[in-house]
Design a protein around this ligand. Structure first.
Ligand code: F0G
Length: 445
């Protein structure tokens, strides 16, 4: 019989998490205006708001922290990280940034112009926002499978306006799903045919590579670093939020195959992030990242990582709770409509489920539904999102199997009590990105 797939590490340093009572949580959520973003993290038992910058570093990374060279220009830590990134990506030109969205901003400012169009499978919110801020159209072309004629169409129509094509691995907006190597290859060929560079958003490149190894014919025996190298080989450059598969709490970078854009990139970088050998990070951050990037590609770690999401999926399936299938790499996306089928969309079922998970078990997830993507119109009416999801995103190397078992029990219990789960109304909201700061009240209050 196959044995339990265990966490491939042991714990050296622990951080207590605080149990609260249901009545305490009721008060805390009330004070937070029924918006879990406004909770103090200390009042959360299991924090699955994001997998970004929230993971545990290894003892090797903490050791490397002490070796950080804090020189302003030409620090040893920069050259060490540069060598690691060159080896992993096969690309030569690298600059650090303080996180992923800074890499996006610097690259887009340096090489795009107003009126351009940038296609992607799905742009992440910050990628879209950084493009739109510069007057560039962010085009989402996610499709069911492979490359379909609809994907090619925009190139025919808008060829002159496309500075480069993008692809996001894994697709965070689309349920944490991986992109197949065949797809990356075909997209690269298509872009090449039209003479367009190919930029990858590679926050979760290691998880994507592991999915390729597990699911795509021909890669079963290929080592992860070789799969990663092949993925990067098709691209001309990449932006990275190192807070994900870089296994660090802060950091990002831009890496490019050719030097052509580097002058422009460095100029913007110096204006907004810092000198090109530190890019808004401390020397110690560069050291931790140099170690983290390699640890994130270890196969036993990745196998365990993908298994945690799959395991929670199995528990949800058994409890009759729907979710985006198959489970992605970094998160499970619960379909709130399967838990609260009777709740009207106007009462924001995914938001209601998020609140219920906190009240029931101190778990914090994030709503990806009509609060995040819906809009209040000038006439006071609302537009709603097509899906009502709650994303539970897992910090790396942080929660053990018993945390996942506990979460599965809480979710199943919430489903049992569905009839008593209360919907919400929005009482105060900003014009943009309302989910972060909006205030809510119970509809039945
Ligand atoms: N691209 C993708 C695909 C992302 O998921 C993120 C961040 C970014 C870019 C931006 O990187 O946060 O370092 O500036 N995603 C986080 C999340 C915030 O919760 O999914 P950043």
């Amino acid at each position: 019989m196959p044995k339990t797939l265990i966490e491939p590490f042991r714990i050296k340093s622990i951080e207590p998490i605080r149990m609260t009572s249901r009545s305490e949580r009721e008060q805390l959520l009330h004070a937070a205006k029924l918006n879990v973003f406004k909770l103090h993290a200390e009042d959360v038992l299991i924090d699955w708001l994001t997998d970004s910058g929230t993971g545990a570093m290894s003892s090797r990374q903490w050791g490397a922290i002490m070796e950080g060279d804090e020189s302003y220009a030409g620090a040893r830590s920069f050259y060490r990280l540069e060598a690691v990134i060159q080896k992993i990506t096969g690309m030569r030109f690298f600059v650090p940034t303080h996180q992923g969205r800074a890499a996006e901003k610097v690259l887009f400012t340096a090489v795009c112009k107003k009126g351009d169009v940038v296609p992607n499978n799905c742009h992440f919110d910050t990628t879209r926002a950084n493009l739109e801020y510069l007057g560039i159209e962010a085009l989402d072309l996610v499709i069911a499978e492979g490359l379909q004629p609809s994907t090619i169409h925009p190139f025919k129509e808008q060829g002159d306006r496309i500075p480069f094509g993008m692809i996001t691995v894994t697709n965070n907006t689309g349920g944490g799903q991986p992109v197949a190597m065949a797809n990356i290859r075909a997209y690269a060929a298509l872009l090449k045919k039209y003479g367009k560079p190919f930029i990858m958003d590679v926050c979760r490149f290691s998880e994507n590579a592991m999915f390729i190894k597990m699911r795509e014919p021909g890669y079963q025996n290929t080592p992860i670093p070789d799969i990663v190298k092949e993925m990067f080989s098709y691209a001309d450059g990449a932006t990275m939020s190192a807070k994900k598969d870089g296994m660090v709490n802060i950091g990002g970078f831009i890496v490019l195959k050719s030097e052509e854009w580097m002058d422009a990139v460095r100029n913007v970088l110096i204006m907004t992030e810092g000198f090109p050998t530190y890019g808004g990070l401390a020397g110690r951050d560069l050291e931790a990242l140099a170690v983290g990037l390699e640890e994130g590609m270890q196969e036993d770690y990745l196998r365990y990582r993908l298994r945690t999401a799959e395991y929670l999926g199995e528990r949800l399936e058994a409890a009759g709770v729907g979710f985006v299938k198959p489970t992605g790499g970094h998160a499970v996306y619960i379909d709130a409509r399967t838990v609260l089928p009777a709740m009207p969309i106007a009462h924001y079922p995914a938001w209601a489920l998020c609140n219920a998970l906190y009240l029931e078990g101190g778990i914090r997830g994030v709503e990806i539904g009509s609060v995040m993507f819906g809009k209040r119109q000038a006439d006071g009416t609302e537009t709603y999102h097509s899906m009502e999801l709650v994303r539970l995103a897992f910090p790396r190397r942080m929660y053990t199997q018993s945390h996942f078992d506990y979460a599965a029990e809480v979710i199943a219990e919430v489903k049992e009590k569905a009839a008593s789960i209360r919907g919400v109304k929005i009482t105060k909201q900003p014009q943009f990105l309302r989910h972060f700061t909006c205030e809510c009240a119970w509809v039945d209050a």
